[in-house]
Design a protein around this ligand. Structure first.
Ligand SMILES: NC(=O)c1ccc[n+]([C@@H]2O[C@H](COP(=O)([O-])OP(=O)(O)OC[C@H]3O[C@@H](n4cnc5c(N)ncnc54)[C@H](OP(=O)(O)O)[C@@H]3O)[C@@H](O)[C@H]2O)c1
Length: 254
């Protein structure tokens, strides 16, 4: 069943990895999807082609979200893009997915490394959402991509974990604030997923053993494992769920 027919979704960081899978799945459910990317133009175009091959519609939008200038640039384009492709002015679903990984412990952390991860993983979702709110329809959805590292202490990814902790709190605050508009806000906390972010770990037999060993299912996750959860949170069936942090780690370290 197409649960998102007539809906418009913006997925940040949808050129690859988890974002690509979410974009494709929301499109399969009937949404028109705006595939955001930072620099990988060809990858983003390929996602749109994939969606079109599925018989659905999508377009790309490019913006570096590490600065407010880049975020403003995203929203300068967004209204025109939505109107040109759908005739609408507002959209229904925001997925704050774009992010970067960073394998650094507390002792290796520098001001620059801190600012790099915080600007993309925390500042961007905050200001993207701030700009999105006047353009998001009442009854809409915000889905934030957090991480299971806010539950399972992982000191080797110190600032990264802190950045996702901020996303969990952001989710709680927004869910409370947006209830009056019937907008639900929830976060997904993936475990280790097979994307470029984990190319190092999953490219190495020891890393594979570690990643598979975390989950009760003895395997690491695939982007599609997360896309299905995002599709549910985007759907009308999730209307009574707000401010929740949904662990999607295959029961890692239960
Ligand atoms: N992979 C995991 O195991 C895992 C686990 C838990 C949580 N997560 C979270 O899930 C989300 C997606 O992760 P992933 O593994 O799918 O990542 P990925 O494959 O590395 O893809 C990252 C995406 O973010 C975009 N991006 C990177 N820097 C950006 C910037 N400065 N401005 C705008 N967009 C930018 C990239 O665009 P370009 O392609 O154009 O560079 C790409 O679309 C992230 O928030 C991550 O923290 C991942």
């Amino acid at each position: 069943m197409s649960t998102l027919e007539g809906k418009i979704a913006l997925v940040t960081g949808a050129s690859r990895g988890i974002g690509r899978s979410i974009a494709r799945r929301l499109a399969q459910e009937g949404a028109f999807v705006i595939v955001h990317y930072a620099s990988r133009h060809d990858d983003a175009k390929a996602v749109v082609r994939q969606i079109e091959q599925d018989g659905r519609k999508a377009c790309t939008i490019c913006a570096d979200l590490s600065s407010l200038d880049g975020i403003n640039h995203l929203f300068l384009q967004l209204e025109d893009v939505i109107q040109a492709h759908t005739g609408a002015k507002a959209f229904d679903i925001l997925v704050n997915n774009a992010g970067i990984g960073q394998i650094l412990g507390v002792q290796e952390t520098t001001e620059a490394s801190f600012e790099e991860v915080m600007s993309i993983n925390v500042k961007a979702p905050l200001f993207v959402t701030k700009e999105a709110l006047p353009r998001l329809k009442d009854g809409g959805r915000i889905i934030n991509i957090s991480s299971f590292v806010t539950r399972v202490a992982s000191p080797s990814v110190f600032t990264y974990s802190m950045s996702k902790g901020a996303i969990d709190t952001f989710t709680l605050l927004l869910a409370k604030q947006l209830g009056s508009r019937n907008i639900t806000v929830n976060a997904i906390q993936p475990g280790i997923i097979n994307t470029e972010m984990n190319a190092g770990t999953l490219g190495d037999p020891q890393g594979q053993q570690y990643a598979a060993g975390l989950s009760v299912f003895s395997r690491w996750g695939e982007p599609e494992d997360i896309a299905g959860i995002a599709a549910f949170l985007a759907s009308p069936d999730s209307r009574w769920i707000a401010g929740q942090l949904i662990d999607a780690s295959g029961g890692s370290r239960l």
